[in-house]
Design a protein around this ligand. Structure first.
Ligand code: 5AD
Ligand code: SF4
Length: 591
């Protein structure tokens, strides 16, 4: 389905000091469920585009035409497999689109999706002739890949921008001017507000606009600000293989879907990352195959709602057998039909390399049909670790959050998962102090933590976000100090329960994938067990059980057996027994 879109571009006059104008792209996406998250057609000042200035017509005549933008929008949709900028826009020469070895410094904030997006953005810039630097001082372009999920995440970026301002103003005239760009969720949420508040920001690119980075940077080079916050209905960057930055890396993230249709009432993600869309299975499998050939030992399938995956890219996929929601769960959107679902993808991915561990994050509890649970149980290389974000232990709060389940349905799912996958490790996300949360609601959340005994948790104080349903309909009425006190209480309970759950591992032998030396000691190695818990153990010469008689020191990417001797809420310690493979380790009875 093609997006119904309105593309607006406006060149504005000299109002912002050294910047003479801004090249601006916005998309109005018509959303099936009636809300309009991406943008209305705003000018960079956040006003309606009706406020035309004196020289606007002449500037518009000299700039690209409306047709050009319609054309480039459809080119992107028709040729997703061609990230290189082949046909430069009429107002930029091919040469101007090249990076000319300018050095780019990328800084990532927020979730794993942003880590992956950073690599996508870099892959696009690298093809365009940019170089990457890890030294801020030698950078010609600084790009911040940003997060909007909570106010604090955005405040961090504003503080960082103040620091970077000094770097920009102190830049000697002998060097090319330093350019600063905001990428990702904050660019999408705040749009022109960023350009207004921080005049030294040169470039904005929303999460679906990274293919446009070479053009945006070329516009910036000509002394204008440039922005593209178009949201797409089908951009998955399927053809862009993220650059593996660390050659010694043992694991990689593979993006399988983008966006979110859930519309939980507290969440900004559907507004910053747009509609849910899945990457075609074939391109995911190709990327995993390449990573396996490179010797990587672990992939994590990544997305806002990974298990809602639905590849509809080919007509025949619509005949696929439809899968059910988890029992007792509902959605905020109309039931979707057909497509290749997550269980199919997980099955295919796990068959590529039996020595490669498969994880996925972040799932939604509504999409755990039995076939997914069965597959996790059966397949030895799919980790027995499930993130099951609950958000609250109170049905009343869950309703206000529009999560689509009650506490009882969630607890029933936990029991069902534990029956299907004995020994499974569970983690969760919780928000404290959501609109209307009473002390009794909070105590129900505490009791859920006690009941489930998660192995790991991510806890947050509620942060009201504009545009969300909670912002429009509910009152952010829990005082900040109460939110923080409840947060502290949840952290304490989580730690106690996680320590207890992890202590059950003491005395067991576990399969650990070695990552490298421990940060705290060069005589200790560090790796992760199947549950994704950090395991620390002394580096010692051990037998390689697949080559009997051979004595080895474990290297990053090796599987080793470790006898666990102690546990805390976040780490296990032990001693190494031998080097092995995933296949050989399955012959041992790991307890
Ligand atoms: N305030 C606090 N936490 C939030 N999260 C999402 N939106 C908000 C918000 N407005 C949390 C949820 C989600 C995790 C990624 O971030 O727990 O699962
Ligand atoms: Fe932050 Fe959510 Fe955007 Fe990730 S998707 S960067 S968590 S707002």
């Amino acid at each position: 389905m093609q997006p119904l879109q309105c593309v607006l571009q406006a060149h504005r006059s000299l109002k912002w000091g050294p910047m003479s104008s801004v090249s601006w792209l916005l998309l109005r996406t018509c959303r099936a469920h009636g809300s309009v998250p991406s943008s209305s057609c705003l000018s960079p000042e956040g006003q309606s585009s009706g406020g035309v200035e004196k020289d606007f017509s002449s500037r518009l005549a000299a700039g690209p035409t409306f047709q050009h933008f319609l054309r480039s929008a459809s080119v992107l949709q028709e040729k997703p497999s061609s990230p290189e900028v082949e046909d430069p826009p009429p107002y930029l020469t091919g040469d101007e689109l090249l990076g000319r070895q300018r050095k780019v410094y990328l800084e990532t904030y927020g979730c794993q999706m942003n880590v992956n997006d950073t690599e996508i953005a870099w892959s696009i810039l690298q093809k365009s002739g940019y170089q990457r630097t890890s030294n801020l001082q030698e950078a010609d372009v600084i790009l911040l890949v940003t997060c909007s999920i909570r106010e604090k995440a955005e405040q961090t970026i504003w503080n960082r921008l103040h620091q970077l301002k000094a770097l920009k103003t102190k830049r000697p005239r002998s060097r090319v001017p330093l350019r600063i760009g905001i990428l990702g969720c904050m660019a999408e949420r705040l749009k022109g507000e960023i350009l207004n508040r921080e005049k030294m920001v040169d470039l904005l690119a929303g999460p679906d606009a990274y293919r446009d980075l070479p053009r945006l940077l070329a516009v910036v080079e000509s002394g204008q600000q440039a922005a593209n916050v178009l949201l797409s209905l089908d951009e998955t960057y399927a053809d862009i293989m993220p650059v593996q930055t660390s050659p010694s890396a043992t694991s990689a993230f593979v993006s399988i879907m983008r966006g979110c249709d859930n519309m939980c009432s507290y969440c900004i993600v559907p507004f910053t990352r747009g509609r849910e869309r899945s990457r075609p299975v074939a391109s995911i499998l190709e990327e995993v195959r390449k990573l396996s050939e490179q010797g990587l030992k672990e992939v994590t399938l990544l997305g806002q709602n990974v298990n809602s995956f639905r590849d509809n890219s080919e007509i025949q996929f619509n005949n696929a057998v439809s899968t059910n929601l988890s029992r007792g769960f509902t959605t905020n959107y109309k039931t979707k039909q057909g497509g290749l679902r997550f269980s199919h993808l997980l099955d295919q991915v796990s068959r590529i390399d039996p020595e490669m561990r498969i994880r996925f994050t972040s799932p939604h509890p509504k999409d755990f049909p039995d076939e997914v649970l069965q597959l996790i149980h059966e397949r030895h290389n799919i980790c027995k670790q499930i993130h099951l974000p609950a958000q609250s232990g109170s049905t009343r709060v869950l309703d206000a959050m529009r999560r689509g389940y009650s506490r009882e349905a969630y607890v029933a799912l936990v029991h069902h998962i534990r029956e299907c996958i004995p020994g499974v490790s569970l983690s969760s996300d919780f928000i404290t102090g959501f609109c209307g949360e009473t002390e009794d609601d909070h105590l129900q959340t505490v009791s859920l933590l006690r009941e489930v005994q998660y192995n790991a948790g991510f806890l947050f104080a509620y942060s009201m976000r504009k545009k969300t349903r909670a912002y429009h309909r509910l009152k952010d009425d829990v005082p900040e100090e109460v939110k923080l006190r409840r947060l502290e209480e949840l952290i304490t309970v989580f730690r106690e329960e996680a320590s207890r759950a992890n202590e059950a591992s003491v005395g067991c032998t576990q399969l650990v994938l070695v990552e490298g030396f421990s940060k705290r000691s060069s005589t200790d190695l560090c790796g992760r067990n199947d549950a994704n818990l950090k395991v620390i153990f002394p580096d010692a010469e051990v037998e390689d059980i697949t080559n009997s008689g051979l004595r080895v020191r474990a290297q990053p990417g090796d599987y080793v057996l470790v006898k666990i001797t102690s546990a805390s809420s976040q780490t296990l310690k032990g001693h190494i027994l031998c080097r092995t493979t995933m296949k050989d380790s399955s012959m041992y009875c790991l307890t």
